[in-house]
Design a protein around this ligand. Structure first.
Ligand SMILES: [Zn+2]
Ligand SMILES: [Zn+2]
Ligand SMILES: [Zn+2]
Length: 353
């Protein structure tokens, strides 16, 4: 395949069963649109007004413990409720379809430090975050009606994160959400057609080609997928065919913490600024009667395009037709691959000594 051909083309995303337009020549066009303010204010280690910092009081008066590692609690403004049965389904109505949806919304603090991020935490501390994700997913799946547990993080004001304190969320739902549901169909269809796992086969190809790999270790590979939509989108893949975070062995959980630190440090180093993103794990649905074919992975979906202030918009053709990208996935991977895994903040403080 000739990947130096810069002419417009489209690529197929087999996980979502959709196409993305690739228009490499368009990155030359002049920019006269929105320039967001860089999100670079240095946060303090403790913020008395932060509802996530240890010992502080939250919206409805609950006080956080003086936690020293990780801390999880029920979201004070949950989008879903565990006990609400909701409006009944309306069978026989083909166009106004609704169902009740129960759920859990948990908030998970990664660190007591208000000023840290995954990119600047130690691997040992990120490992504790991985354990918290496993425990929280396990607790959610212990409710027999929970079919899906989605762990995610919104980082940066550009992604709508309301608080810089390092934290993620878990939403557990009574139904498998759209993205995971489409992936479940894709895994099943690929298994029927090829008698193999879609992501095991994809990873083997990417490792052989190397051109979209960003970084890797013994148990995980971070790469820019061939069908990436966001300019610096990455996929973090378990080398082993494991269905969920809970299935990861001890060494694999450590390796996951390692790859998350290295990838997020590269992201921050790209524009020498805190790099906004939404990231989340796709793992097998819970409480399925039959076993589910699944390969655990994380998606990082960052909005930035050419600097800490110029973001990609999903508008016009992208909203109404197909997603489109300018930088090729191969170029994005090469740029991320060339960066240091030492966070620029650590290098600055070394230089100051
Ligand atoms: Zn805080
Ligand atoms: Zn697999
Ligand atoms: Zn996925």
């Amino acid at each position: 395949m000739d990947l130096t051909d810069q002419r417009p083309h489209r690529r197929f995303n087999p996980l979502q069963n959709e196409w993305v337009l690739v228009s490499p020549h368009r990155t030359q066009r002049p920019w006269q649109g929105q320039v967001d303010k860089p999100d670079d204010a240095q946060a303090p280690a403790y913020d008395p007004s932060c509802y996530l910092c240890p010992g502080n009081t939250r919206a409805h008066g609950d006080r956080n413990p003086v936690y020293t590692s990780t801390f999880a609690f029920d979201n004070d403004f949950p989008a879903l409720l565990p006990d609400s049965v909701g409006p009944a389904a309306n069978p026989g109505e083909p166009l106004l379809i609704r169902e009740a949806e129960r759920g859990l919304c948990r908030v998970m603090c990664f660190s007591p430090r208000h000023d840290l991020t995954l990119a600047r935490m130690d691997v040992a501390d990120i490992r504790r975050v991985v354990e918290m994700w496993v425990e929280e997913c396990g607790a959610a799946a212990a409710r027999p009606w929970v079919r899906y547990a989605l762990v995610f993080e919104n980082r940066g004001a550009m992604m709508g994160a309301s608080n810089p304190h390092p934290h993620g969320q878990l939403w557990a739902t009574e139904h498998v959400p759209n993205e995971a549901s489409r992936e479940a169909d894709a895994f099943a269809a690929y298994r029927r057609a090829h008698r193999a796992c879609l992501l095991c086969d994809y990873l083997a190809r990417e490792v052989r080609l190397g051109e979209r790999i960003v970084c890797e270790n013994d148990a995980f590979v971070a790469l820019v997928p061939f069908w990436a939509v966001w300019p610096f989108e990455t996929l973090v893949l378990s080398r082993r065919h494991a269905a969920s975070l809970a299935d990861l062995a001890d060494a694999e959980r450590h390796a996951l913490a390692d790859i998350l630190r290295r990838l997020t440090a590269r992201y921050d180093n790209l524009f020498v600024a805190p790099f906004p993103y939404s990231m989340g794990f796709h793992q097998a649905p819970s409480n399925e009667a039959a076993g589910v074919d699944w390969h655990v992975h994380a998606h990082f979906l960052p909005p930035l395009l050419r600097s800490a202030t110029v973001r990609k918009f999903m508008v016009g053709f992208e909203l109404l037709g197909s997603p489109q990208r300018d930088v090729t996935p191969e170029d994005a991977a090469a740029r991320l691959r060339a960066l240091s895994e030492v966070h620029y903040g650590a290098r600055k403080s070394d230089a100051a000594r």
